[in-house]
Design a protein around this ligand. Sequence first.
Ligand code: SF4
Length: 343
Amino acid sequence: MSEVSRSSEVFVTVEGISRRFVPHVSLGDRIAAALGSPLEQRAVRAVEDVSLSVRRGEVLGLVGESGSGKSTLGRMICGILVPSAGLVRIDGESVMSGGRRPRKTTTRVQMIFQDPYASLDPRMRIGDTIAEGPIAHGLVSKADSLAYVQHWLRRVGLDPDAAPRYPHQFSGGQRQRIAIARALAMKPDVLVCDEPVASLDVSIQAQILNLFLALRQELSLTMLFISHHLGVVRHVSDRVAIMYLGRIVEIGTADAVYTDPQHPYTQALLASVPQLVLEDDKMVSFKPIPGELPSPMAPPPGCHFHLRCTFAQARCRVEPPVLRPAGAQAAACHFAGELQFTR
Ligand code: SF4
């Protein structure tokens, strides 16, 4: 990842952002509470006090298990979800203003979702789907919209004459290309890609990843690339942030994080990736991360990872670690830089 011109200018800034979801209280629970029964209402802490920055033209990969909060973070950066605390700025401007998404932000940041079929309206011709946003935001007139749609279809490798067709007439990979065309037609500065290849066949995944790389180079896009797939993220990212239970536990260049992980969770994630290589003609056994992701309704105190960490000590159970420099990156572990991992 190098040929793309990246500036040192910070373009996306996330400052101490958190998001809590408070479960809906049912009518039965409310009646029970009115009659004196204790009402236990615990919030889901999806994202906790996350700060990061992305430079103009940079791709930041965001990795973590399901439930780590990476999609929630992506949606807050996109302005789809309102943070419970903290701020997101794009080029110095807040994404949310008074709890609302300013009109300008809706074009500047676009999101690509995991399931292209669910994200496209099955009753709309794809040409109308792609043209709808640009017409509404004055990026193109209705009269010129067909040529505009055809331009973007061609740009993502689809037949420009396919504009009158419906989503069900395309394969999964083609539908994801349509979703990419729809996002790019808004001329965004920032693209948030949430597991954009997770629902595709492996051979199609490679095609879509190569499309992302080509478009990123041509259009100088700044991207947040969210995935649970470590190989995919390494392929496309300049820097990588690892999330665990709503917090960033390690962040640095893709090379540094993958070749010299400093956080036990990153190390365990890398060790758990299935390998195709045989050792001494024998299958290599996987090293799954022990235990399961704790509930975000009741995260463990101290370091959230301590229940699964083989290096945990008494201090880890009470004192939350903060991100601090370790190696060429930053890691949130009390002992980062001192631990010896075995591969
Ligand atoms: Fe493990 Fe302690 Fe580091 Fe957390 S702070 S990752 S429990 S060693």
